[in-house]
Every structure is written in C-alpha cells, then in structure tokens.
Design a protein around this ligand. Structure first.
Ligand code: OSB
Ligand code: MG
Length: 375
C-alpha cells in the first residue's frame, strides 16, 4: 500500500483543559489529583487530528511539565510545522528532530499528525501500524494507598471488574508488608510493582531481593532513572524480571540497556520517548533481542489512551498494558463513547474507525477548557 499523502497544516489549536481524577494518584515522586492537559488539534482542510500532552504540572516523572510543553510547542515546535506540507508521519517527525529533548511535547504533535494522516487515508491507526489484535489486554496501575484495607478493597474491585493484572506503586517503607498483606488475600492475581526510581542498590538491596518472594510479573524501574549500570548489577541477583520505564528515553538508551543487561522488559511509553516512530524503533529492537514489552500510561484522557490502544495492538506486545477504562480515571471522559473494559477477557477494544477511532466530545472539552491558543 502506498501511503504517500500531501497534508498541509492549515491551523494548530492548543486547548488547556483541567480535569479531576476520580481518586488521587500517589507515587514515590508525588501526588496527582488535577490533570492539566493540553489537547493538540492539527487542522488540514476539513480534517482534524488530535493529540495530547501527557505531562503533569509537577516535574516528578519527567523534567517536562504542562507549562514547559506549552512553551516549547508555541515557541519552537509549532512554527516548524504550521503552513508546511508533509508526505508522511516520518517526514513530519523529521521536521521536529532539530529540537533537542522535550519528548512529551513532540509526541503530542506526532500523535495529532498520525490521527490526521490516518483520517485522510480513511484507515484506523492500528491498521497502518500493522496491529493484529482487535482487543488489547490491559491492567490497572494503583497508586500508593496508605490504608492497606482500602488498597485490598480497591484490588478486589478491579479484579472483579476483570482487569488482566494489577500494578502497585511501591517506595522504600511501602513495600514488603504491603505485598505480604496483598498476597495473603490474592495469592494468584497477576501482580507487578513500580518503584518509580525510588530505591538505591546499596541502601535497599535486601528489600529488593525480598521482592522475589511475591511471584511478581516484574518490578518496574527500581533504581535511578539514569542508572543503567546498577540495574545491570541488580538483575542477576533477582528472579523477578526487571522492567525499565524512566531509564528508556529513546532507542539509544534502549540499546544501551540491552547491551548492559539492565532489563528483561521495557515499558514503551510514546510520550516518554518522543512519539510513535521512536516507539516502533524500541519495539523492533526488543523483539530482536527477546525483551518483553507492554505499553505504559501517564493518566491520559481518552484521546491519549486511544493512541495507546492502537500501538498496543501490535502482535509482539507481550504483557498487559497500562490502559485502563475511562471510568477508572474520570467521572466523564472527553471522548464518545468512552473506553470500556471487556470484562470477559480483561481487554479494551481498539477503536475501529479512521484515525484514533473515537469522537472528541466538544461540549465536554469546552466545559473543562481554561485557555486556548490558535496558530
Ligand atoms: O510510572 O508508569 C508510571 C502515571 C503517570 C506517570 C508515570 C506512571 C504512571 C502510571 C499510571 O503508572 C498508568 C496509567 O495511565 O494508568
Ligand atoms: Mg512506571
């Protein structure tokens, strides 16, 4: 199939929306309750492509924030694409390459361009990606919850809803006792943990080794986000597979991690690595090296999650992804219809219409909108 096109970006609209999560989400780097999200619209003729800036107000997971992304988009990224003509997503993404860093901001534009491109071609994104699955296995990521009884109740609820696996955030002091209590009630549940870079190999080695007792699918990002070497030192001492998240910023760090033996699994998050094209490179590298993969999330709205569903439909994604249903995050999502869990098999269906395949609910978007910019 020849998918060459000629798409001119006539207009870009950024909408700053403020949406409240159903529940506070606490990690080793902070708490999130309100999400300040930038929705990106790329207009070309009568087509509109949607993207989302997945950053937070606070630079805890990443150095980027909603405001740095806004600045970089306005000042550097949008001027490179506005009124320009592109023949493919690759061509579009190349035009942003000269700007260093700021992957979350770049990803939001690349997302919107892929949506636009697929709508022009009249194809759902997963087909352009070579996706094979029409239903994607998904899990829930649960933040740090100090009252263990409440944590147990939450896990119970998500297991009953039918999610494929549960991921618990951990941090020094909130780990072994919590996992003991959880495993007592749920000996069989598919369980993994995410430390968000909060442990130190010399200070916390015993705790890290004790994690092997809990039959975990994986431990995500136990050590510092720049520390591939200590992850490589830890890995042979653990039975539990190590998954990297924050440490993998591009295909280059993925290559380094694989060469050093720092991980068994990579969490592929398009916003963290600067977009879909970079995600593909990492995905292909992982397949070649028998590294497990899944698609990570960043508490996105239904727009960001729709993008993640399409990429999660690739045949070689080996673990359940952090793409929960709309009602896990929001009282009402900004898309119509919302993403729903198929409770029989713990999956979410990949939207099967052109582009991201979901409609944006403009009334809701405008209800949550605080500011907007037209370029
Ligand atoms: O580390 O995977 C993470 C959310 C924000 C930033 C980082 C992470 C997360 C999550 C939530 O774990 C995943 C989701 O979107 O459900
Ligand atoms: Mg993580």
């Amino acid at each position: 199939m020849n998918n060459e096109v000629s798409i001119t970006i006539d207009q870009v609209i950024l909408r700053h929306i403020r949406v409240r999560l159903k529940d506070e989400f606490k990690t080793s780097f902070g708490k999130t309750f309100w999400r300040d999200v930038l929705i990106v619209e790329l207009h070309s003729d009568d087509f509109v492509g949607y993207g989302e800036v997945a950053a937070d107000l606070f630079p805890g997971f990443s150095y980027e924030t909603s405001e740095t992304a806004l600045l970089v988009l306005k000042k550097f990224l949008i001027p490179r694409i506005l009124n320009k003509q592109f023949s493919s997503p690759r061509d579009f993404r190349d035009s942003l390459e000269i700007i260093r860093g700021h992957p979350i901001a770049k990803c939001s534009l690349e997302y919107a361009f892929w949506d636009l491109y697929a709508k022009v071609l009249g194809e759902p994104l997963y087909r352009l990606y070579g996706g094979a699955k029409t239903r994607v296995p998904v899990g829930v990521s649960i933040g740090i919850i100090d009252k263990i009884q409440y944590l147990i109740e939450l896990i119970q609820k998500y297991v009953e809803e039918g999610y494929c696996r549960i991921k618990l955030k951990i941090a020094p002091g909130y780990d072994i006792e919590v996992l003991k209590a959880v495993r007592e009630v749920f000996p069989e549940v598919a369980l993994q943990v995410d430390a968000n870079a909060s442990y130190d190999i010399s200070k916390n080695l015993k705790t890290l080794l004790d994690l092997d007792k809990f039959n975990l699918l994986m431990i995500e990002q136990p050590l510092h986000y720049y520390d591939l070497v200590d992850h490589a030192r830890l890995r042979p001492q653990l039975k539990t597979p190590i998954c990297l998240d924050e440490s993998i910023g591009s295909v280059h760090s993925a290559e380094a991690a694989i060469a050093l033996g720092s991980c068994d699994i990579i969490n592929i998050k398009p916003p963290r690595v600067g977009g879909i094209i970079e995600s593909f490179k990492i995905h292909n590298l992982c397949v070649k090296n028998s590294i497990g993969t899944w698609i990570g999330g960043m508490l996105e709205t239904g727009i960001g999650k729709a993008h993640l569903l399409h990429i999660a439909s690739l045949p070689n994604i080996t673990y359940p992804s952090d793409i929960s249903a709309s009602n896990r995050y929001w009282l009402e999502d900004i898309i119509d219809p919302p993403h729903k869990l198929n409770s029989s098999d713990g999956t979410i269906s990949v939207p099967n219409k052109p582009g991201i395949g979901v409609d944006v609910d403009m009334d809701r978007l405008l209800k949550y909108q605080i500011r907007y910019w037209k370029f």
